[in-house]
Ligand binder design. Sequence first.
Ligand code: PEP
Ligand code: CO
Length: 480
Amino acid sequence: MSDNTEQAAWTPDSWKTKPIKQDVVYDNPEELSTVLTRITNMPPLVSTAEVERLRAQLKDVAEGRAFLLQGGDCAESFDYCNPTAIEDKLKVLLQMSLVLLWGMRQPIVRIARMAGQYAKPRSSPFETVDGKQIMSYRGDNVNSIDPAARRPDPQRLMSAYLHSAATINYVRMLLAGGFADLHRPEAWDLGHVRNPSIRREYQTIVNRLTDSLGFMDVIGATGQSAVSTVNLYTSHEALLLDYEQALTRPVAKASQTQARRGPYEPATPPRNRLAPELCDFYNMSAHFIWIGDRTRQLDGAHVEYFRGVRNPVGVKVGPTMDPAELVRALDILDPLLEPGRVTLITRYGADKIAKYLPAHIEAVMATKHQPVWCCDPCHGNTTTAPSGHKTRSFDAIISEITDSISIHQQLGSRLGGVHLELTGEHVTECTGGSMELSHLDLPSNYQTFCDPRLNYEQSLDIAFKIAKVYETQREESHID
Ligand code: PEP
Ligand code: CO
């Protein structure tokens, strides 16, 4: 049974009173503090109105009226902040969401692991390179992938902010300029997907959707928006709490001001004079942030930080999460029992999901919490190929997703979304899929700095497989 015990007062820095995991230790604290002050004075990257819209859409997901697609790189690099990489990522997410929309007959909420996914938790703080022990790569906002530059550099936090800003600016520009308009080919063209059956099925979906949405436009049922533009939200693992705190901004609670109208409503009276209890706090570095599997300790700094922000939040849930601990995490993060406030991103592994997911679902169903259940079929299925490359098999990924769908259904729950590590590029990091990549293909274009990602074609394959599961179920229920 969940127990909603009264919690201590929260402030953007109350996490500092708690034990922290995966912390970064800088050897120049004055420089760190100068950089953080500068970030604190920078403009927000997202608006409160956008965060509120995502909250409403995730409530729809939690209540069964929409499906969540979250995806992107394991570790974003500052170099990925270039037009081609951003367009490719946007394109694969849009195309996948179109296929899912068709299969599920439900709106798809799209959240990119993008514009800030720079910090990485590591299983060991050190690694050995050429016989020398050096600090592990902790992500572009901490140190460099180059073994010669592993010292944590506070200036990289400002770089992270600026690269996030440039990335989100370009995404906004693309979407506002009609990149997602179904009538225009750039985002919807299949490029060099070779598999003829995928090309055929995909084209059928695009044609049918263009026809039906075009018809709705003609009769004025949708205005322009349904065909010509989409929402896309940003997200990252909020690991570096100093950075997250610097972008945490107080905004007068709705009851303290008129209804929030603008894209960013500053607190009135000026925020530095507004009592904290009259404010909501938004993390304005991204629309959605999540806690990783290594930093979700109930009494730890990350859970403390996350409980105070109004953004919807995710929690990674792996085999080491005890069901009672999961309920307690929800009590802390969702004390007001708001559907969709928390997304549980489960990541067990194809061979472990049947053992762990049912107890997690049953424990949550015995409470009044209504989280989004999202399947991350990537992180529990990482293996090492004979060549030494970290990889994942397409079949294991599909198996964890389909098991997740059926376990939820058997227990009267519902899988609300998927969380995938993917890229729009033609990398060779995961095996299988319609291109039938084998272990031998991995070295040909292996680029990731961290975990292996599904490539463009494999990502679309996944979307088709998920869509097929739901289409088949619909057909069977019509037959019954
Ligand atoms: C990740 O999402 O890249 C990650 C590190 O996942 P997890 O916390 O689930 O291991
Ligand atoms: Co990863």
